[in-house]
Design a protein around this ligand. Structure first.
Ligand code: SF4
Ligand code: MG
Length: 319
């Protein structure tokens, strides 16, 4: 799947440029699992997440949801699917209307989307559902008439999650959903996400630049670099034995999470991430890779099985 943006018009110097935000990514998220998606900012994680829930049209390839090709569905055909595909964003304050009370914010999706069979929901039904949702996300009912600014960051994220849950989604794309929170609050919200998955069977694509967050929540992890997925694997395998030099470098910057775990030698990557307007030929990582060889400058490596359930896009992966 690819998502390219055309920047500038025919009047811009040099004509329009194509930004390859997501370039030929193939990923599957199994029902009920959490796939963590990591990578530095600007690598295309958020774009990929938005394509998955069809907030963006894709430029090439396909998006399938529960066995159905939803790549080219128009807004009308997508509408009945929208409730099932939800996003939770980083900063709940920007997605919550400050002039509306919590009760209205959480129930808005219920009033916008009709219930099963296309019928409008009654007031009693909406109130019962509101109470269920507040209980699910751990918000006390006495808060119902308050406004978003009266809550802490963690509580606001609970409101955002309740809104996303209102229509019983089967997939939630969580895009940096805990990044703005203090570490202790992060842990509470991560626990909430996991608890909701146990109870409701929700599938997550959990996007984060913070690897320790992804490690806490994900069963599998995918690593992106410059619009491509460079490695996927079971989270613990990937954290213990990264196959791709980029994953290895990312992990070397993370403090040791568990007692007894060997400290990694810090790998400092040279240079900056190249522009997605003009990605390097061959392996996109070759300009910064400590293991790069001549072949890497010419031949793009395909994502392939490198053992232990890991897939890596590298000519010389770690065994
Ligand atoms: Fe590094 Fe070459 Fe592997 Fe790319 S293909 S990650 S440049 S060793
Ligand atoms: Mg992002």
């Amino acid at each position: 799947m690819s998502k390219h943006f055309t920047l500038g018009g025919r009047f811009s110097p040099g004509g329009p440029q194509v930004l390859r935000a997501v370039d030929g990514v193939s990923l599957a998220v199994a029902r009920g699992e959490t796939l963590g998606l990591v990578g530095e900012s600007g690598c295309g994680k958020s774009t990929l997440g938005r394509c998955l829930v069809r907030l963006y049209d894709v430029s090439g390839g396909a998006v399938r949801f529960e066995g159905r090709d939803i790549t080219h569905l128009g807004e009308g055909a997508l509408r009945p699917l929208r409730p099932r595909l939800q996003m939770v964003f980083q900063d709940p304050s920007s997605s919550l209307n400050p002039r509306r009370r919590v009760a209205d914010l959480i129930t808005e999706p219920l009033r916008v989307h009709p219930g099963p069979g296309g019928r409008a929901r009654g007031r009693g039904e909406i109130r019962d559902r509101l109470h269920d949702l507040m209980d699910l996300v751990g918000l006390a009912r006495e808060h119902l008439d308050r406004y978003p600014h009266e809550f802490s960051g963690g509580q606001r994220q609970r409101i955002g999650i309740a809104r996303a849950l209102a229509l019983e989604p089967s997939l939630i794309v969580a895009d940096e959903s805990v990044s703005a929170l203090d570490v202790s609050v992060q842990a509470q919200i991560i626990n909430l996400f996991m608890d909701l998955q146990d109870r409701l069977g929700i599938t997550y694509l959990f996007i984060a630049h913070d690897l320790s967050v992804v490690r806490q929540i994900s069963t599998r992890t995918a690593v992106m670099y410059l619009g491509s997925v460079v490695e996927t694997g079971d989270t613990e395998t990937l954290f213990h034995r990264p196959a791709h030099p980029y994953t290895e470098a990312l992990l070397s910057a993370v403090p040791v999470a568990h007692a007894g775990e060997a400290r990694r030698r810090r790998i400092v990557l040279k240079g900056d991430v190249p522009s997605p307007l003009n990605p390097p030929p061959g392996c996109r990582f070759h300009t910064r890779c400590p293991k790069a060889q001549e072949r890497c400058r010419i031949e793009p490596p395909a994502l392939r099985d490198v053992g232990d359930g890991r897939m890596a896009a590298c000519h010389f992966p770690n065994e």
